[in-house]
Unconditional design. Sequence first.
Length: 290
Amino acid sequence: MEPDPYNDDKKQIDALVYSLRKGINYVETVYMYAKGKAVEILSRAFKESKISKDKIFITLSVYQSDAKTIKEVELRLCEFLKTLEMDYVDSLQLTMGLVNNLGIKSVSKFIHRLIGHGKIRYTSLANADLDFLIKYYESFGENLFAHEGCFNFEVRENEILGITEYAKKHDILNVVYQPLRRNRTALRNWPLLVELSKKYSKAQNQILLNWIVSKGFFPLVKSSTYEHIDENLASFDFQIEQKDLIRLDKLKIPNYKTPLRDWHRSGTGIPIDQLPNIFDEEYDKQIARI
């Protein structure tokens, strides 16, 4: 959340410009990342790319740490629009925790007002359990654009619990973060991924992205090098055979039991968004007991 004084701004701007010019047209950020500097870098990249913002779908996400009141959420939105020199944002995304804190009735009234005034086109939701996603959809219907949750080779809670399936059935886009677990999945060299990587002559990360997109999910990936951007885009230049997609779908990490999940940051269990971050430590601990 703090700006890095040694950050290579130019490298990140160049990577964003390269991505935009390559046709990547979905961008998501949080205004408070690096105390607003992330949005400033994004704004500079947009200008340098010379690509019209109406060609790009932009989501602004607001976390519990960003705002405590409806007024503060609106302030974050106004600051975002001012920095990017825009009149509206495509989707305003809130976390389940923030909506719970603010009250879903107040949020519903607020979101519908923003849509009515043309400040946003849609709303999105992040890290919701199934019951809450159903409740949120009942409040917004077709104005609910996406649900964002974790999904990757090792951490599949949102699919296991029926959250991704509910979203699919109601035309809510499943946006998934940490689809590659920041390259940590590939470092594990799981036998199935090694086998498929050799079979298709593709990197493990490309196998993973191709598989995730084949499920109708939208993976969020970040890269600051042209090489990795090109590698990510090349993930969709081939087709994995159906029998291999089924093997990927059915795979379960051997000897791994998901620790107690905490959807509401109650202090009992692992916060749902932290499951991908603690996987390696937890898995190694579990297999050491065998």
